[in-house]
Design a protein around this ligand. Structure first.
Ligand code: SF4
Length: 550
């Protein structure tokens, strides 16, 4: 188990008697207060890898200890997937062993969304060899396989790790996949390139047992793009590019963002962090979370609850006094981005005169053979670098001007749209009932059909628009921050039957004017009614909008 105190702490712990009931290690609560905490104390999630390699992969699915299967496997990016054919009405009613299949979802970390075509080819090969061709792009820039057998996991790791990819801590109560600007180092308008800082955080701390038992999942984002292209507002810790009037480019530090229940935007600590200090400051903030984070109740364990209780001033003071041993430099807030879309779709000039080309698959759904084709195109037209975005999209980098048109034509021919409709561009969907054990409704297929239907019905609609679809009340597709957020649940249709549908949230946004969508009471639609409903909303918006209204 990770030690309760950081090796970098430099001042005695303050007494936090007010929070003794929250299970904070720093308040002396080293005895686990719930099953999850007990599981983590019994054995570090990182240790399950050895058992997978030496026992489970050899003896098969039924040899797996349930505490590993439904607990520690997550530390290696593995979840059991939903057994096919179980309808959403039975989610939550069945025992785990009735709901889960003997196959796994496997999540591959893609730090900052940066991939070489060599890595992309290996992902394509793993997908086709071991995952029935599946390979979705997630809204955290990761790649997700399905249909993985436990017997094949060691071989998959070997292939991935041979090209510098891993599934280490891709899920679990630890530092999960880390977001970065997908055009870091190349964008003409970049304030600062966060790549080196982000990669250093990952190199130092992923797989580090000091941070493998956090109170809950922990999400990191670093971007020096003025488009604020990593959804920094809803990560646990974010470093956002700013220019300090005296010290020049660096990062503005944000903490405590997160969605799910009780969504909260992160808050600025008012601190400017130079590039070289980013890993050290990440360690200090993460140590505060580890030591002071709430561990009694899972639904109060994200960093956002501690930040909400302490406020930015106290949080910064604890970071400085107890972990860094020095004061941080005050700094400015980022400017609000000039564009509403921040997904880098389309053709854009790079600072070196070449171009990057962003394209939109449907709701992040790719497959192994398509990813291999993207790798081929990136090698034929660019330098062999690609990236994934936090909107489930992709970018090919470093394309010379005279190769842009042929790349655009080739991508469009694969139904990877460089000039997508707002519906293709702005729709995201989580995994949903196809594979997710928590899902109540279908999402990916529904999202794809919705795109086609809206393109047919509203061919001239040309406004920035986000439609995010979740298969359950969780927030994997960020429904609270979409113009139209759809939360999967059972609803009652005209005949009084319980059918799949969505609770509607309207008016959420990140970026220019961040806000959480409003849940209008009683505003629920069945899956079948969805295109009619969205068509009505958008037509009414166009008819009644005021000047400049998004
Ligand atoms: Fe599964 Fe719900 Fe997350 Fe969708 S939002 S992937 S259904 S847990």
């Amino acid at each position: 188990m990770a030690a309760a105190s950081s090796s970098h702490s430099v001042a005695p712990r303050r007494k936090v008697s007010r929070h003794r009931g929250e299970g904070q290690w720093a308040a002396g609560h080293l005895t686990p207060l719930n099953g999850n905490e007990q599981l983590k104390k019994d054995d570090d999630g990182l240790n399950v890898r050895t058992r997978i390699e030496t026992i489970y992969s050899k003896r098969g699915f039924h040899s797996i200890d349930p505490n590993d299967l439904r607990g520690r496997f997550r530390w290696w990016g593995l979840y059991t997937q939903r057994r096919p054919g179980i309808d959403g009405g039975r989610t939550g009613l069945l025992e785990p062993e009735e709901l889960e299949d003997e196959y796994f979802m496997m999540r591959v970390r893609v730090t900052g969304g940066r991939l070489t075509t060599e890595q992309l080819r290996v992902i394509g090969e793993v997908s086709q060899t071991y995952a029935r061709g599946s390979a979705d792009i997630t809204d955290r820039q990761n790649i997700q396989f399905h249909w993985v057998r436990i017997e094949d996991v060691p071989a998959i790791w070997e292939r991935l790790e041979s090209v510098g990819l891993s599934t280490t801590e891709a899920c679990g109560d630890c530092p999960r996949g880390m977001l970065g600007s997908p055009v870091a180092g190349v964008a003409e308008d970049e304030i600062i390139d966060g790549t080196a800082a982000l990669e250093e955080i990952a190199r130092r701390y992923i797989g580090d047992p000091r941070f493998s038992n956090l109170p809950r999942k922990y999400k990191t984002a670093v971007s020096g793009s003025p488009l604020l292209d990593v959804a920094h507002e809803i990560n646990d810790i974010s470093f956002v590019g700013v220019v300090h009037p005296e010290h020049g480019p660096g990062f503005d530090l944000w903490v405590g963002g997160g969605l799910s229940t009780n969504p909260r935007f992160g808050v600025r600590l008012g601190a400017w962090v130079p590039e070289a200090d980013v890993p050290e400051v990440w360690e200090a903030v993460t140590s505060v979370f580890r030591d002071y984070g709430y561990r009694r109740l899972r639904n109060r364990a994200r960093l956002k609850f501690l930040v909400a209780d302490w406020g930015a001033e106290k949080f910064r003071q604890v970071v400085e006094d107890e972990y860094l041993g020095r004061k941080l430099t005050d700094g400015p807030a980022p400017e609000m981005p000039a564009r509403v879309w921040r997904d880098h779709i389309g053709v854009h000039r790079q600072k070196d005169g070449r171009f990057y080309v962003g394209f939109a698959p449907r709701v992040g759904r790719m497959d192994g053979s398509l990813l291999t084709k993207v790798a081929e195109l990136a090698e034929e037209h660019g330098s062999g670098r690609v990236s994934t975005t936090v909107e489930q999209k992709m970018i090919i980098l470093d394309v010379p001007g005279d190769r842009v048109d042929s790349l655009v034509d080739a991508l469009e021919a694969l139904d990877l749209r460089v000039k997508p409709s707002p519906f293709r561009r702005g729709t995201m969907a989580c995994t949903g009932i196809e594979f997710c054990k928590l899902a109540i409704v279908e999402t990916k297929e529904r999202g794809s059909e919705l795109i086609d239907e809206l393109e047919r019905r509203l061919p001239t609609f040309d406004e920035p628009l986000t439609i995010n679809i979740n298969g359950c009340p969780n927030a994997c597709a960020r429904i609270q921050t979409a113009d139209i957020g759809l939360k999967g649940q059972l609803v009652t249709d005209d005949q009084g039957n319980q059918v799949g549908g969505y609770q509607v949230h309207l008016g959420g946004a990140l970026g220019l004017e961040p806000s959480f969508g409003r849940k209008v009471r009683g505003l629920k639609v069945t899956s079948a009614e969805l295109p009619d409903y969205i068509e009505r909303v958008l037509k009414r918006f166009q008819a009644e909008r005021q000047d400049g209204e998004h």
